[in-house]
Design a protein around this ligand. Structure first.
Ligand SMILES: O=P(O)(O)OC[C@H]1O[C@H](O[C@H]2O[C@H](CO)[C@@H](O)[C@H](O)[C@H]2O)[C@H](O)[C@@H](O)[C@@H]1O
Length: 924
């Protein structure tokens, strides 16, 4: 982390952590209020107990019902006695919130006045029985109407003389804000770049300058000004209705309502991203690390890279990333992928999301996806997994607030004898609240003994109106409350986050008998981590969807897992949670807790930023390193004076420049006699060990070469087979490096590829011993015809099929080429073969490996420390992985014959290879 101290971190996030609010009211600095957004902020400087000694009687059931007198459902005046007696009063600045909160929870136990025909689901006072479950306001629309927002109407204009103050921005990603705060002593210099989350068209320029100045001075924040209509289209439409569902595995079909055009909203998304880019470029200083957050800003890394070619840029996706089968349906899929690939490092919450991303890039952009990232034409982009966590220490401090204890007491009193299941989600389709409620209905139906005794308290996070409508929560809430409510009981309570303070929420988590998340997909689900910490004294269980990021971590497997689509299973999980014995609950909680404290916010932020910096340094070294044309005269002296030399030379594309497809298809092969003769001459020298590296199979070309050049070692099929050099007794043989591998995948793979071959004219399969190549195009590489496009699409589909059905099961990897792709076992490569060659106990040095002998593969095969007996290594190859590995050796000269960016020390055109080999061969 020490290296981070010297850098300023520019944090780009759609919303700033703090925003500006008009009015003179002096509020506390953001540090004094809860840093978790969306909850009603605690009041200013003084924070007297909400439940002060001057208690006011608790609203009785009669009062509770009276307060809904405006409702058409008449309330019986002579209600039964409130079973909960006295409740402390609310004589505090947060009175409104407290009333709302208690009103809501009270309603659950006090029973509802119901319209004979149709019971309502209202849980708090208000004239309209629909309001509690209806959405409040989306982030963009909220600010067009909210009195707390910066601009109240479009007609108002605000100049620099308008009074304003700072408050926490309820729209900012709470997890991110907390994570940054958790390392504030170590992350000394930072600059947040984002929007205020308010309509700002009516601001005069003078006001904007005034805000910019103060926010920069006081909050380390730089506001980005986005016109209101542009913001709404970008955020409410493109982000929430196109990207959000798709990234959470829903096939894009927006706009369902035809209320907007995807292409138009994408334009606004581009424009909004460009405004961020302009603001950051203007503020950028040498040494800054730029950290771009989340799906709202997927184009920003590339826009920044265009202007700041050397800047360290990290992109972290907080939400999920779907399989390529889903992502490829997006009309702007390539633009979005190109956008994020401007970063040095792309981070994901889970290994699955990262894998999906790599596969998607490989299939849509035809770039090479390696385990550590993406090899583009001109540079490498790191891809990593950085699970988000919570700041446990800060959370525990908040939990220790006496006010939380008072609320716990109050809630216990209010819900005495009842069980509480708590949840907090957006009301859209993705977070599965509808599924949750229907499962709760099933639970109450299957376990009637719990009717009247269990309440589901659902805290609702606001999202876009359209998304909430699609979530269809409202109708099921009405349905379940009308089905099970009695005079003294309502099964389902809805609260909006604005209805309760964070302390109240913490109290709710503390008294909960279970917490439930039914997301159909989710990036992480940090609210479950908060619940676990709040349960320190009680250890009640977590019911968690298998489709959340949190569940993908083994520590969280001690939850009660559910498939949210399985209503019966979810209902059973509710029963299991409420009836679980203390010992089992404690043991499960301990696992969950251990995970929460290990996967902390601090660990997340430190590892992401350090890796981003390191990746940038590596990339810059590679990019700025002018790779010189090989100057043989600089190398020859070392060669001359060395005693043990290893010479590695690629076959295809380096000394053999013919089309491998023609060889596979028609068996057309002519030995490149001059090159083989030159290598053989080199191999005559007892100080030299000469190896030919090839992806071709043994049969055919390589067999023929082996016959005429017995002193050359050969690596076939990218490392699946190795032919040792013949020794002085003339012994040599092919060693099968994959003899112990399960190759049964080949049958299934061929079946898939046959299917695609039938549909792709001119394509064919090249089956090798332990690998398979599908050559989907045999025409010109520059062909832009529809036929080639079709073939490329088929190739993408075929890769998907092979990887999804066989990849993980058999440990396979797919290497895309220009017009073909190769499927082979994961742990086989030219560089593992070279590791095996260097190993003194390996196939190149031991006679135990006679032809047809046992397989040789060693766990140490990758270990280049074995290279101590070699004092000169020359590698002429296109294999970048091999180049990188050999660069770790002091005595290696790496020479690339590829035509794109390389990590090798030298470049060499393939046509120049033979003259170079000859010069070595002539040197004594
Ligand atoms: O609704 P948006 O403004 O588009 O924001 C998206 C959501 O961001 C946050 O959740 C995401 O990040 C969390 C922390 O990394 C992660 O736990 C969660 O799974 C992600 O979805 C935020 O907490 C949500 O309220 C926003 O909806």
């Amino acid at each position: 982390m020490s290296s981070l101290r010297n850098h300023r971190v520019v944090i780009a996030s759609l919303f700033l952590p703090n925003t500006a609010v008009f009015g003179e009211v002096a509020t506390s600095t953001p540090d004094h209020v809860t840093s978790l957004p969306d909850f009603k902020s605690a009041p200013p400087t003084t924070r007297p107990s909400l439940l002060s000694k001057k208690s006011r009687p608790l609203a009785s059931i009669v009062e509770d019902l009276k307060s809904r007198a405006a409702s058409p459902a008449a309330t019986p005046r002579s209600e039964s006695v409130n079973p909960f007696g006295e409740f402390p009063g609310l004589n505090t600045p947060n009175k409104g919130v407290a009333e709302s909160f208690l009103g809501s929870v009270a309603a659950a136990v006090n029973g509802k006045a119901v319209d004979g025909a149709k019971k309502a689901h209202q849980t708090t006072h208000g004239p309209n029985t629909q309001t509690r479950v209806q959405r409040r306001m989306s982030r963009s629309t909220a600010h067009r109407t909210s009195s707390r927002s910066l601009s109240s109407t479009r007609q108002d204009t605000f100049s620099h003389s308008a009074a304003w103050h700072v408050e926490p921005n309820p729209h900012c990603n709470g997890g991110l804000k907390n994570a940054v705060a958790s390392v504030k002593t170590r992350l000394r210099k930072k600059l947040w770049v984002g929007t205020l989350g308010a309509n700002t068209d009516s601001f005069k320029e003078s006001l904007k300058r005034n805000m910019e100045w103060r926010l920069r001075e006081e909050q380390d924040s730089l506001p980005v000004w986005i016109p209101d209509a542009e913001f709404a289209s970008c955020y409410d439409e493109f982000c929430h209705q196109v990207l959000w569902p798709c990234l959470h595995y829903a096939v894009p079909d927006a706009p369902k309502t035809k209320s907007f055009y995807e292409s138009a909203s994408y334009k606004q998304y581009v424009a909004a991203n460009q405004r961020f880019a302009d603001a950051i470029v203007a503020a950028y200083q040498d040494g800054d690390i730029i950290w771009v957050n989340d799906y709202h800003l997927m184009l920003l890394p590339q826009m920044l890279r265009a202007k700041l070619p050397n800047a360290p840029i990290g992109f972290f996706l907080h939400v999920a990333f779907p399989s390529s089968e889903i992502f490829r349906c997006l009309s702007v899929r390539s633009q979005l992928l190109d956008g994020v690939l401007g970063a040095d490092l792309i981070g994901f919450q889970t290994a699955n999301h990262a894998r999906h991303f790599r596969q998607t890039v490989s299939r849509i952009l035809s770039a090479e996806a390696l385990p550590k990232g993406i090899q583009l034409e001109d540079r490498f982009v790191d891809v990593g997994v950085f699970p988000m966590g919570i700041d446990v220490q800060s959370m525990n401090e908040k939990r220790r607030d006496p006010e939380v204890a008072e609320w716990v007491k109050a809630l216990k009193q209010r819900y005495a004898g009842m069980k509480l299941i708590v949840g907090r989600d957006k009301l859209d389709e993705i977070q599965g609240v509808r599924h949750k409620i229907l499962a709760f209905e099933q639970f109450l139906t299957r376990h009637p003994e719990y009717q009247g005794k269990v309440v589901l308290i659902q805290v609702a996070l606001q999202t876009t109106e359209e998304n909430e409508l699609q979530g269809s929560v409202s109708e099921v809430v009405s349905h379940i409350n009308s089905k099970f409510s009695t005079l003294t009981y309502q099964p389902l309570v809805f609260l909006h986050t604005q209805d309760l303070t964070f302390n109240q929420y913490l109290a709710l988590l503390t008294v909960a008998d279970a917490f439930i998340v039914t997301s159909l997909r989710e990036g992480m689900a940090l609210r479950t981590h908060e619940f676990v910490e709040c349960q320190e004294g009680r250890h009640r269980p977590l019911i968690l969807s298998e489709f959340t990021g949190s569940y993908s971590y083994s520590g969280f497997r001690s939850c009660i897992s559910i498939n949210p689509w399985d209503r019966r299973g979810t209902a059973a999980a509710m029963y299991q949670a409420l009836t679980m014995g203390e010992d089992e609950a404690k043991s499960r909680w301990e696992d969950l807790h251990n995970h929460v404290i290990t996967q902390s916010a601090q660990a997340f932020i430190t590892s992401f930023l350090v890796r981003c910096l390191r990746a940038n340094i590596e990339h810059m070294q590679n990019d700025t390193k002018a790779v010189a044309e090989l100057d043989v005269s600089r190398i020859l002296p070392r060669y001359k004076h060395s005693q043990t030399r290893l010479l590695l030379v690629d076959f295809e594309g380096t000394i053999w420049l013919r089309d491998p497809a023609a060889l596979a298809l028609r068996g057309e092969f002519e030995i490149p006699q001059e090159a083989i003769a030159s290598l053989s001459k080199l191999a005559e020298d007892p100080r030299n060990e000469v190896w030919l590296l090839s992806g071709l199979q043994v049969k055919g070309a390589l067999e023929k070469i082996a016959a005429i050049a017995p002193k050359i070692g050969i690596v076939a099929e990218n490392g699946c087979f190795i032919k040792t050099r013949s020794d002085r007794h003339g012994e040599a043989g092919w060693v099968n490096m994959v003899a112990n591998f399960n190759l049964t995948w080949k049958g299934a793979c061929l079946e898939i590829l046959n299917y695609f071959s039938e549909r792709t004219p001119g394509s064919f399969i090249e089956e090798r011993e332990a690998s398979i190549v599908w050559r989907y195009w045999t025409g010109s590489e520059d062909d832009k015809s529809a036929d080639r496009q079709w073939a490329r699409r088929q190739a993408a589909e075929a890769q998907n099929h092979v990887f999804d059905s066989l990849g993980e099961r058999y440990g396979l990897r797919i290497i895309p080429g220009q017009n073909s792709f190769l499927v082979l076992p994961n742990n086989i490569s030219r560089s593992t073969a070279v590791g095996a060659i260097l190993n003194p106990a390996g196939p190149a040095h031991s006679h135990a490996h006679a032809p047809g002998g046992p397989a040789w593969i060693s766990a140490d095969a990758m270990d280049l420390e074995d290279a101590t007996h070699v004092d000169f290594v020359l590698a002429i190859s296109k294999d970048e992985k091999l180049m990188r590995r050999l660069n770790d050796l002091d005595n290696a000269e790496t020479v690339s014959t590829g035509n794109r960016g390389t990590d090798a020390e030298w470049n060499l055109k393939p046509e120049e290879v033979l003259p170079v080999l000859n010069r070595f061969a002539e040197t004594k």
